[in-house]
Design a protein around this ligand. Sequence first.
Ligand code: G3H
Ligand code: 13P
Ligand code: ZN
Length: 312
Amino acid sequence: MLVTLKSILTRANKGKYAVGAFNVNNLEILDAVIRAAERMRSPVIVQTSEGGVHYAGMEEVVALMRVEAKKAKVPVAVHLDHGKDVALLKKAIASGYTSVMIDGSSLPYARNIAVTKDIVRRAHAKNISVEAELGAIAGIEDFVSVAERDAHFTSLEQAADFVRKTKCDALAIAVGTSHGAYKFKSEARLDIRRIREIKKKTRLPLVLHGASGISPELLKRMHKHCSVFGDCARLEGARGVSDRMIRAAIKAGINKINIDSDLRIAFTAAVREQLLKDKKTFDPRVILGSARTLMQKVVEEKMKLFGSAGKA
Ligand code: G3H
Ligand code: 13P
Ligand code: ZN
């Protein structure tokens, strides 16, 4: 079923669980996510970043997501992740997304409110939900002092004011996570108290970005055949957000959890292993099929962890 983000997150907010939002760039990733959702009987959000749209084409990737969402036996929202380019956001609102994220987090506060309000007005007129962002999403260890941290993390006072003025449907907050595979040098630490306080002030579905767990087992499998240079090589010892922290964040009020890096690692691990294991084939369906299977397993585990399994 194709549904709005708002309908999925209103239920999650009431039921005190979170729904996974998975970044999709091609058919295999999309299939893996939808198959997992059906198997787990879980609602799910499939999303494309602006980079994903440039890679796959907006019309093409939206058509794929909508077809699979409509056929799915579980609720599926089709979402634009981190929309920053207003022209692209307007195109997304006209192109079949059931929700968009307006990421005005790098703008001055008043400008973030103005831009978000404008997107909310345009989107709501078409029954499209809006996620907004307040605060700078970067790791807790990026800040040397508490004062510096407070200046970057989502402010409690601003959160209440922002939600009231913009009328957004969900709010992404900065509480210590960061994008990519390297988040922490040791055990993950998030500002759980801040999540709880923002929830109390806004009562809105809250969103956790940069939430990949970076499974040591999958990292090892991917890393085994890595080059000794470059991005992949640099991932040795990377740490993500622990399951314990994810549970605490959900308990404090998180209802949407964004995952991209964990799927990238699973995809690359499976493709590298498959190419080395079976040097006789040159059939893309065999090579990419192995990635689809492993990504599905990763998504199923997330749905159990987030508490959305069985909630469709
Ligand atoms: O939050 C960002 C996602 O991980 C998307 O990354 O812009 O490389 O598609 P991307
Ligand atoms: P990860 O890099 O932790 O997977 O975060 C993805 C994300 O927040 C997409 O918006
Ligand atoms: Zn993000």
